[in-house]
Design a protein. Structure first.
Ligand SMILES: C[S@@+](CC[C@H](N)C(=O)[O-])C[C@H]1O[C@@H](n2cnc3c(N)ncnc32)[C@H](O)[C@@H]1O
Length: 198
C-alpha cells in the first residue's frame, strides 16, 4: 500500500501560509453558513481543522472526518488544547456505522481535488446530508498550469454544478471567491465556493 502523503506532512501542515489561506476562505464562507443555528456540520477531509475548529463556535456539533490518521491526531491535540467539547472525530470508514448521520451541513474544503472519483465522492456525501441540508465545497478553479498524476488540476465550476444537479442537489450556485499567489502546486490560482442544497 502506498504511504498516505497527508500522514507524512500532518505535523508540518499548519504553515503560516495555510493558516492565512484558511482565514481568507472562512471570511468568504461565513456569510453563506447557517450561523447562530443549532446545526451539525461534517468537515469532510478536515485535515488539522484550520477551518472546522473556528466553526465549532457556530454549530451544535462539528464532526471531523479524514482518511489520514496523523491529520486526525494533530486535530485532536488542538481540540484538547482549546478545550472544545462539541466535536466528534472519526476515520472515513467509521462514519457509516456512527450515530452522527444524517448531518445538516457538509464542508468539503480543498479535498475533492485529492479524490480520484469525483462523481462517486459527491454521491457518497449526498447520502450523508439530511433533506434540506447543504454542502459547501471550496476548491481550485481549473488550472492548466498545474499537472500532477494524483491531483485534479482544479474543476470547471459549470461542469461541477451540472454534476451536483444530476446527483440530486438543488439550488446549486458557485462563484470564484479568492485569487491567490503560488497557492496551487506553487502556481497562482483562484478558488471557488459552490453551495448546494439537498
Ligand atoms: C489539502 S487538505 C485540506 C484540509 C482542510 N479541509 C482545509 O481546508 O484546511 C486535504 C485533506 O483531505 C484529506 N483527504 C484526502 N482524500 C480523502 C478522502 N478520500 N477521504 C477523506 N479525506 C481525504 C487529506 O487527508 C487531507 O487532510
Amino acid at each position: 500500500m502506498e504511504p498516505n502523503v497527508f500522514n507524512q506532512i500532518a505535523n508540518q501542515y499548519d504553515t503560516e501560509e495555510r493558516i492565512q489561506l484558511a482565514r481568507r476562505i472562512l471570511e468568504k464562507l461565513n456569510p453563506t453558513l447557517s450561523l447562530g443555528t443549532k446545526k451539525t456540520l461534517l468537515d469532510f477531509g478536515c485535515g488539522t481543522g484550520l477551518l472546522g475548529i473556528p466553526l465549532t463556535a457556530q454549530y451544535k456539533e462539528v464532526v471531523f472526518v479524514d482518511d489520514s490518521a496523523v491529520m486526525l491526531e494533530v486535530l485532536q491535540s488542538k481540540i484538547k488544547a482549546n478545550g472544545i467539547e462539541n466535536t466528534k472525530t472519526m476515520a472515513v470508514g467509521d462514519l457509516a456505522g456512527s450515530n452522527v448521520l444524517p448531518v445538516d451541513e457538509i464542508l468539503l474544503s480543498l479535498v475533492l481535488l485529492h479524490i480520484p472519483e469525483t462523481e462517486s465522492a459527491i454521491q457518497f456525501l449526498y447520502r450523508l446530508i439530511r433533506p434540506g441540508g447543504k454542502l459547501f465545497l471550496v476548491d481550485f478553479d481549473k488550472n492548466e498550469k498545474v499537472s500532477h498524476p494524483k491531483v485534479h488540476n482544479g474543476f470547471d465550476q459549470k461542469t461541477l454544478r451540472e454534476l451536483f444537479l444530476k446527483i440530486g442537489f438543488r439550488n446549486v450556485s458557485s462563484s470564484t471567491i479568492l485569487e491567490e499567489k503560488k497557492v496551487f502546486m506553487n502556481e497562482d490560482a483562484s478558488l471557488f465556493l459552490l453551495v448546494a442544497e439537498k
